[in-house]
Design a protein around this ligand. Structure first.
Ligand SMILES: Cc1cc2nc3c(=O)[nH]c(=O)nc-3n(C[C@H](O)[C@H](O)[C@H](O)COP(=O)(O)OP(=O)(O)OC[C@H]3O[C@@H](n4cnc5c(N)ncnc54)[C@H](O)[C@@H]3O)c2cc1C
Length: 379
């Protein structure tokens, strides 16, 4: 049984970001840190986008960025300059490279490729069972989703942000690569919240992602057919698919942090770091890893890390509405964009607005529907 001061399970966005921050902090220089994952990923398995005000920590590995976004729906459409924000894109391979290269210079960091079978809180340490050997640590930072416990409860609705994306290349320079389409709801909603997300990377290459916020997943070919139809409708008939991606991100206010314990903390999507109302995770991970590294230095039990805030409750109400009436998404987002400044919406979704600002945004939502779910939650 090998023992380490800290063990990070999963070398994806959250695990590697934790490793990077710990490697950057002299406090951890004399601590042994082990990273476990099935593999040391190097490939582009996902595209991460997030908005940010001004210069940011990951700017050196940005693939591209946009200063403007488009929102489209039957009710309201707009093109907005995001200033002072920018919408930024990172391809995961640059992120993995940057962090693995940085860690390589640190002698106290180790990596072992294993499949983790289970983890367990023992009296004063965490135990990790893998397909090869077992490990122990006082501080276990886990980003692996072992069992989807959020699906085994009914108190909090669980939607998914699910999507399939095609990177396509065309011969003529037809894309406007200065603007990203954040949401185009002008597609058949079929009783759900469905939109097309379009990220032009150059005038000839763009990512088209058919996305739903809904409970049930679709057959893979349904997403693909929808992208095909959309391209056809836009008159894009000659193209080459150069890459594909897909994903399912849980959208729920389930209290993930309740399963944290003295020596185990769940991080990333496994820790509920995906924003419940949107599925955006990368920015939250950037913020939460900073807080968690500072917290680790206090050497307090890991169960004490999480602090619930008002945004948890707002997300809960939004998901209550959307789970009850899944077709309403296009309308709710249209109202949001029509009646609020885009920068305020981004600030709100970043959990950074004041209570007064929250009230102004909430006043633009259909009050009866939100009062109904609020009443149910409170009483
Ligand atoms: C295609 C895609 C695009 C996305 N785009 C965005 C975006 O634009 N913006 C945004 O904010 N969020 C986005 N997300 C959501 C979120 O940011 C990512 O899913 C992010 O990677 C989550 O980080 P994580 O560390 O929690 O999980 P992951 O990055 O998935 O890391 C988990 C790691 O655990 C390893 N692992 C799993 N099981 C085991 C096991 N049993 N044993 C050993 N290792 C194991 C995996 O190999 C993986 O490396 C996207 C997600 C996907 C799938």
């Amino acid at each position: 049984m090998k023992n380490y001061d800290y063990i990070i399970l999963g070398a994806g966005a959250a695990g590697l970001m934790m490793a990077y921050r710990m490697a950057n902090d002299a406090f951890f220089d004399n601590k042994s840190i082990l990273i476990l994952d099935k593999e040391r990923k190097t490939q582009n398995d996902r595209t991460w986008c997030y908005w940010e005000n001004g210069v940011g920590e990951w700017d050196t590995i940005l693939h591209t960025l946009w200063k403007e976004i488009i929102f489209e729906s039957e009710l309201y459409s707009t093109k907005e300059n995001l200033k002072p924000y920018q919408y930024k894109m990172i391809r995961s391979s640059s992120f993995y490279d940057k962090i693995w290269n940085f860690i390589a210079a640190k002698k106290n960091f180790h990596f072992t490729p294993v499949t983790v079978k289970s983890i367990e809180q023992k009296e004063d340490f965490a135990n990790i069972v893998t397909n090869k050997e077992n490990f122990q640590t006082k501080y276990l930072l886990n980003s692996i989703v072992f069992e989807k416990s959020y699906l085994k409860q009914t108190k909090y609705p669980v939607l998914n942000q699910h999507f399939v994306g095609w990177f396509i290349e065309v011969e003529e320079a037809i894309f406007d690569d200065s603007v990203a389409t954040f949401m185009d709801f002008k597609i058949p909603q079929k009783g759900n919240t469905r939109f097309m997300y379009i990220l032009p990377i150059s005038k000839k290459v763009a990512l088209f992602e058919y996305t739903l916020f809904s409970e049930e997943l679709l057959a893979y070919e349904t997403y693909e057919k929808a992208i095909q139809n959309y391209l056809k409708e836009k008159g894009i008939t000659k193209y080459k698919i150069i890459e594909k991606e897909d994903g399912i991100i849980p959208m729920t206010s389930f209290k993930f942090w309740k399963s944290n314990s003295k020596n185990i903390i769940h991080i990333g999507t496994a820790g509920g770091w995906s924003k419940a109302s949107t599925g955006f995770t990368f920015k939250n991970t950037t913020k939460n890893t900073q807080k968690l590294v500072a917290f680790l230095k206090t050497e307090k039990p890991l169960s004490k890390f999480h602090k619930k805030n008002k945004f948890w409750f707002y997300d809960l109400l939004f998901l209550d509405v959307l789970a009850n009436e899944n077709h309403l998404g296009a309308n709710l987002f249209a109202r949001l964009f029509q009646k609020n400044k885009t920068q305020q919406i981004l600030k709100f979704l970043d959990n950074e607005t004041t209570f007064l600002e929250d009230l102004k945004i909430m006043a633009t939502m259909p009050s009866f529907k939100f009062m109904k779910v609020l009443f149910k939650r409170v009483f």
